[in-house]
Design a protein around this ligand. Structure first.
Ligand code: SAM
Length: 232
């Protein structure tokens, strides 16, 4: 899968794309990242990419010219082009699934007050928010989106079973996890997990998933209950 990332700060991506599972996937060729420096496309003699907003107000806006030139040079007309934005559709599991089915995704990282609206109208297929808060730049969001999508690409995860048992599967959060030792600083692992009865362990884990979801994510719990009641 190919990710094209449009950014004013290409150096932002150098360490994350070399680390952990993401680094391995890049090395093995499962993922390819093309980090495109928007500034290289600026026709301004000082490579400026931002200007004052029409209508007044604080902050600066990313100019259309560098982005139009960068996108025209690197995009096909049928591609998926995301713009990271607090006013986009909220990114979630379903959205990451939908995106993982695409062979190629482009992500525009905004800065300052965002990008000129004409860039969005001309090139963007989806505006995507990673949550109801404001970040200082779209690079943080681009990495979150790329990582969540990449995990669903076949071959990215060593053990694809991990994806089946994860939070949000079946509209529930994950059960608590423990590892050795069985007792640490007087804190014990629940006995049942040490007894090797897999049917009981499955039941216990399921109960814990329901309990936790009901306590911390009533919205998700409601979705789960509705699905169970409707027998879906
Ligand atoms: N003026 C914008 C507003 O009020 O919606 C906020 C701009 S923010 C300081 C700069 C950039 O960070 C945005 O253009 C966007 O690319 C990115 N960004 C900020 N919050 C985000 C979020 N919740 N999800 C995705 N991207 C975000």
């Amino acid at each position: 899968m190919i990710f094209k990332i449009y950014t004013l700060f290409p150096e932002f991506f150098s360490s994350p794309l070399k680390s952990g599972l993401m680094g391995k996937a890049v090395e093995s060729g499962i993922l390819e990242f093309r980090v495109i420096d928007i500034r290289e496309y600026s026709e301004d003699r000082f490579r400026r990419c931002d200007d004052y907003p029409y209508g007044g107000g604080s902050g600066m806006v990313m100019m259309p010219q560098p982005l139009f030139s960068a996108l025209e040079a690197n995009e096909e007309s049928t591609g998926t082009v995301l713009y990271t934005s607090p006013s986009g559709r909220t990114f979630d599991r379903d959205f990451s699934r939908e995106l993982s089915g695409k062979g190629e995704i482009s992500i525009i990282c905004g800065h300052y007050e965002g990008v000129d609206q004409r860039v969005i109208e001309r090139f963007v297929t989806h505006e995507v928010s990673i949550g109801d808060y404001v970040l200082s730049g779209g690079e943080y969001a681009a990495l979150v989106i790329a990582d969540a999508v990449a995990r669903l690409v076949p071959g990215f995860m060593g053990n694809s079973q991990s994806l089946v048992e994860e939070s949000f599967e079946g509209d529930l959060l994950e059960y608590p996890q423990y590892t050795r030792p069985a007792e640490y600083m007087g804190l014990k692992v629940p006995d049942l997990l040490l007894q090797g009865d897999h049917a009981k362990i499955t039941l216990w884990r399921n109960e814990k998933r329901i309990e936790k979801t009901r306590a911390v994510r009533p919205d998700l719990y409601k979705k789960y209950l509705t699905r169970i009641i409707l027998g879906e």
